[in-house]
Design a protein around this ligand. Structure first.
Ligand SMILES: [Zn+2]
Length: 302
């Protein structure tokens, strides 16, 4: 109660806030930050801590590391190569993982997790459908040995420090197909939203639109589904999500990824398109209010 005595009248607080805000934005530092990279959502202010989303360059595959301002981490997929994942872990100085996610059981998403699991993550989120591969079985053995708690994806909110993770329900009736049963996670901080949906199929996205169209509206950053395949992302889904930035996790491959169709689609529905084969690691930094900026290891956006 003693704090009450020293409290300033609301009007004074308001005037002070306005003056301080004006002062902050006049600082040369903040002007400089603004110009370092595209900042489609406005002024970036790192003073309240920064959340990082790093789309790792793992060749043909996906691996995305999310780090909260408090240093909590989630690795969403690990790419196809354990040695590549090892390099990333060393370069990033990662010594622990709070959450590890396998979007689905395909090799290009889970093999690298066989390296990441050595960091003994606390939780392992997965789609609950066993893949009939040696890689998958090895991973499940390692998860058990690490005493990591398995969580099958279903609608739930998880706090990664001050970052909110909204794990989506996997739509029903999609059979055992791994891609179709990809784990969807919406990452939120302030007004910022990013969505990771593995290699989800049209049917998956339709199910998500039925259940989550409100929260999926106007996502800032979107991970391309299935490395820019022509059969996954579609106009119906992207017109709702309407991302500002799309990132494709892709490397040398025989599938023709990313396809021209997907690239045209992304260019139609988003403003910025990055791909890990041309840009290396793509990093999104998000401030407390949700302003963000994008930087790449190399090259320009598509
Ligand atoms: Zn894939």
């Amino acid at each position: 109660m003693s704090h009450q005595k020293n409290a300033l009248p609301p009007v004074v607080v308001l005037v002070l806030a306005v003056v301080l805000a004006g002062y902050y934005f006049l600082q040369p530092g903040s002007q400089e930050t603004k110009t370092t990279s595209p900042a489609p959502s406005g002024e970036f202010d790192a003073s309240g801590g920064v959340m990082k989303i790093q789309f790792l360059d793992v060749g043909q595959g996906d691996a995305i590391l999310v780090t909260s301002p408090e240093g909590k981490t989630m690795l969403y997929d690990g790419g196809r190569s354990t040695s590549r994942m090892k390099e990333h872990i060393e370069e990033l100085g990662l010594t622990k993982l709070d959450i590890m996610v396998a979007s689905h059981g395909d090799f290009d998403h889970i093999n690298g997790l066989n390296e990441a699991v050595k960091l003994k993550p606390t939780y392992f989120i997965n789609n609950g459908i066993a893949a009939d591969t040696a890689t998958y079985r090895k991973l499940i053995r390692a998860v058990k040995a690490a005493k990591t708690q398995g969580l099958v994806a279903r609608d739930r909110n998880i706090e990664l420090g001050s970052v909110k993770l909204h794990v989506f329900d996997i739509p029903k009736g999609l059979g055992d197909d791994q891609n179709a049963n990809s784990v969807g996670i919406l990452i939120e901080r302030g007004s910022f939203k990013a969505f990771l949906g593995g290699d989800s199929e049209k049917d998956t996205m339709e199910g998500w639109l039925n259940q989550y169209s409100k929260v999926l509206k106007e996502v800032n950053v979107y991970k391309s589904a299935h490395h820019g395949s022509p059969h996954n992302d579609n106009a119906e889904f992207l017109s709702v999500v309407s991302p500002e930035v799309v990132v494709i996790g892709v490397g040398p491959n025989n599938y023709g990824h990313p396809s021209e169709e997907a690239i045209d689609l992304y260019k139609k529905y988003s403003e910025h398109l990055y791909r890990t084969d041309l840009n290396g690691m793509v990093t999104i930094e998000v401030d407390a209010s949700g302003h963000y900026r994008t930087t790449t290891e190399k090259g320009r956006e598509e």
